[in-house]
Design a protein around this ligand. Sequence first.
Ligand code: ATP
Ligand code: MG
Length: 468
Amino acid sequence: MKRPLSLTARLALLFAAMTASLLIVVGVVLGRAVEAHFVELDNHELLGKFALIENHLLTSATPEARDTLGQRLDDAFVGHDMVGVLLRDAEGSVIYAVHPSLFNASQLAGQRLPEGIASWEKDGRDYVGRERTFTLPSGAGDASRVTALVGLDITHHAQFLDATRRGLWLGISVAAAVAAMLGWWAAHHGLAPLRRVTATAGALSAARLGERLDDTDAPAEVHELVEALNGMLDRLESAFQRLSDFSADIAHELRTPVSNLMTQTAVCLSHPRSAEEYRDVLASNLEEYERIARMVGDMLFIAKAENGRLPHPDETVELAAEARALVEFYEALAEERGVKMDVGGNARVRGDGLMLRRAISNLLSNAIRHTPADGTIEITIADEGPQVALRVRNHGDTISPDQLSRVFERFHRASPDRQRHGEGAGLGLAITRAIVEAHGGTMTAESADGVTTFGMLLPRAPAQPFGR
Ligand SMILES: Nc1ncnc2c1ncn2[C@@H]1O[C@H](COP(=O)(O)OP(=O)(O)OP(=O)(O)O)[C@@H](O)[C@H]1O
Ligand SMILES: [Mg+2]
């Protein structure tokens, strides 16, 4: 594939083309003006010659004077080598001639010139000429007409114009080349910050994601690019960081149950035991296996949800019905902990009922885990503008603001003391958020003065036709 021209080359060409077109316009206008000026000069000279000839003709009324006409005209045209004159009488016979070699054969033979200034070429030289007829005062009683043909050799004008044109073309070419070079230099110089940015960006790697592009001496246009790239690097770095943390977390989370299993099994194998003891160890191992399997399943679920690879059933979900079903499910556990649960309001959303139930279930199980005995968990469902909000509110530990911003991260536990509240892996809220976002919604979390509220904001289901 042909590579497109570089910006520098484009700018250089643009400069050259602009300079050349400007100079061509100026050259054409100037050339026309000079040409018109020469035509004017030639015409002026021709008219001057006619005035001279007329003057001599008018003073040639008498036969004597007429005899000396030739001599007088010769004197008048002495030194005017570039001028040719032909005088003819009424019959067309040449009565006087100066430098007739200026005229071509047909003109010498009597062919009339067209009106105004005529031009012709002869023996490689350029001429202009004009014709005029004079009526002479009758001297010996016969009025006569004399036609004067005056020609001017304008070869030097034409040569001057040609030389000027050649000079102009040369000048335009040189100017265009200089403009191209200056344009190239200016563009090359101007784009230096961009090349620096490219070089830095090219040297970045996953290991050097913390580096940022330098924009101290970058011009405004490059500045914006640098800011955009640096913004992208910020996002990439934090995504990359989250990904590395996640891998570290997975390893860490799996290490504990696996080492528990190993220790337990090693201790069990250290000396012979009864079948009863083996059964106990296997049962305990099974519990640990189940925990690992649940964690791996949850991680897989989050990964699928984040990549949009979950199935997308599109059913109408009554949030109150789902919440009540879950309250019933957790009834026994809540009762055991002395916690009451209350559901208020209703709204409909569209999506996957099972997944939404799982999302609410995670919020509810957290609330049950963190509500002290005799506390109440309130689930409120309400329309909020174009959205539907389901909030789970409970009294209990306050989550600090810096922890609150991170509770939705995988494996994040606001309380480092994980044994205090049971065996949570720290994946529940990450799963809830992934489900809500897969439904086009967002999560909210507030915690202050011992009251914590987690909310799911979901797009409201479109109004249903009556009877459905
Ligand atoms: N209602 C709540 N009150 C106080 N802290 C909460 C509440 N809900 C969640 N948290 C805090 O947020 C952390 C993350 O919750 P999340 O549900 O993601 O994980 P988990 O409950 O610890 O584990 P899992 O849900 O995987 O069993 C919890 O460890 C807890 O510290
Ligand atoms: Mg949880």
